[in-house]
Ligand binder design. Structure first.
Ligand SMILES: N=CN[C@@H](CCC(=O)O)C(=O)O
Ligand SMILES: [Zn+2]
Length: 433
């Protein structure tokens, strides 16, 4: 069949950007999204070819002219619903064992994130549990998470290792992500994050040497042998964890084996993470609650994508990052759920809502940040995150009068998203849609 899927009869196709050559959106251009609307009772739709790529975004009448219906594997009449791009989650930590609900209670009672971590909790607690867990158990846990993410509209996510801190467990986590990418209908950009914390009993210098001299060379040989895939290198660049010089060494070593730089910076202290990101020409830097004016200017110039994680500021009661200043400076802003045992949220519609309310983003800015700009953070700005010919056919069917309802109706995404299409295949359909 020449065509895998034709979604027709929509009231809106939210393209995000209609120009297929655009790969990232900044500044004033973030104020509007391109929407193709039905007119005079004629619906609009998306046609996806047998490679899973978008062939056309047009009115039903225009698509009828180019298509012989006998050559379409699946025609879906969406009955006035809205079509939107699959959402892209630019920052997650979804492979872990155990939970940290007890720490949530401690933090509600006043403990800070770093106090919990310094007392042996936080990442250390999850590392212990993840080291003990079998690869099979971690995979089974992720299958459930991946399906929950899909139902919430995520079709592409960045996903980190980082709860091993030793070579074998870090590789185990990456293998789980690679297996999931091959077997599940969700696309994953895997990130090696061996520098997520300094294990108990060693210094940051010793751990930096271990990462640079042992972990990264071993990762390179596993990748060369085709046993593991990673695309990005991450480090928790933070006061008392890996500071600027250690982070620079780790990230540069990752860059030298071909990984894209994409790391945690300026979360709890203004260390100069954004400036380091600009210096290294990082693809992305996340958090930035404490970014400086200099750092903002530096990443606006370097084109590094700022990945904003509103769940972190919300759950830790931090001052949200200065997103308006970043937008005004021309920084490309993206969004991520930061799903992890500290911030247990995997729904990008809720993340967009929090970004609007806590970070003062507009609905349009939030949608761009959760689609094409998040894709750009993962080096996929040309292929994902918008509905234009040539891009991957990742589409959501949303049962609402306008796309904005997906952000406005906080926590209602499971009710609103009635189907998820990945590469032209229906990978989720709500039973009572
Ligand atoms: N800040 C560092 N890493 C994660 C939290 C990971 C954890 O607490 O397990 C973050 O992005 O928020
Ligand atoms: Zn994180």
């Amino acid at each position: 069949m020449p065509y895998r899927c034709w979604l027709r009869g929509a009231s809106q196709v939210v393209q995000v950007v209609a120009d297929p050559t655009i790969t990232v959106v900044k500044g004033e251009k973030m104020r509007t999204v391109d929407v193709l609307s039905s007119e005079g009772g004629v619906g609009v739709g998306v046609l996806i070819d047998d490679h899973g790529r978008i062939k056309a975004v047009a009115t039903d009448h225009e698509i009828e002219k180019i298509v012989d219906v006998a050559g379409v594997d699946r025609i879906i009449e969406v009955g006035g619903k809205v079509l939107m791009p699959g959402l892209v989650d630019a920052h997650t930590h979804p492979i872990f064992a155990g939970d940290r609900v007890h720490e949530f209670a401690m933090k509600l009672a006043g403990a800070t994130y770093m106090e919990v971590q310094q007392a042996g909790g936080g990442i250390h607690f999850t590392t212990q549990k993840t080291r003990e867990a079998s690869e099979e158990a971690l995979y089974a846990s992720f299958v459930d998470i991946a399906h929950t993410m899909l139902r919430a509209g995520t079709t592409l996510l960045e996903a980190k290792s980082g709860y091993g801190l030793d070579t074998e467990t870090e590789l185990k986590m990456l293998r789980v992500l690679n297996r999931a990418n091959d077997a599940l209908p969700i696309e994953i950009s895997p990130t090696y994050c061996g520098g997520h914390a300094v294990p108990k009993g060693v210094t940051a210098d010793e751990q930096t040497n271990c990462i640079v001299d042992e972990q990264i060379p071993r990762l390179a040989s596993e990748m060369a042998a085709g046993r593991v895939r990673a695309e990005n290198i991450d480090v928790f660049c933070e006061k008392g964890v890996f500071e600027i010089e250690a982070s620079r060494r780790i990230l540069t070593a990752g860059q030298q084996i071909g990984l894209r730089v994409n790391f945690h910076g300026d979360e709890l202290h203004p260390l100069g993470g954004a400036e380091l990101a600009a210096e290294l020409k990082a693809h992305a830097v996340s958090h930035l609650e404490e970014i400086s004016e200099r750092g903002t200017k530096a990443i606006a110039e370097s084109g590094t994508v700022a990945v904003i994680l509103p769940t972190t500021a919300y759950v830790l009661r931090l001052q949200p990052p200065p997103v308006r200043a970043m937008l005004e400076a021309g920084v490309a802003v993206a969004l991520g759920s930061d799903f992890n045992p500290n911030a247990y949220c995997m729904a990008m519609p809720m993340v967009m809502h929090l970004a609007c309310v806590l970070c003062r983003m507009s609905l349009e800015e939030a949608l761009i940040a959760a689609t094409i700009n998040a894709a750009a953070a993962l080096g996929r700005g040309a292929t994902h995150g918008a509905l234009t010919p040539g891009r991957v056919g990742d589409v959501l069917v949303v049962d609402a009068p306008r796309w904005e309802h997906l952000i406005y109706r906080f926590g209602c995404h499971e009710r609103l998203i009635t189907a998820v299409i990945k590469g032209g295949c229906v990978v989720y359909e709500r039973s009572n849609a």
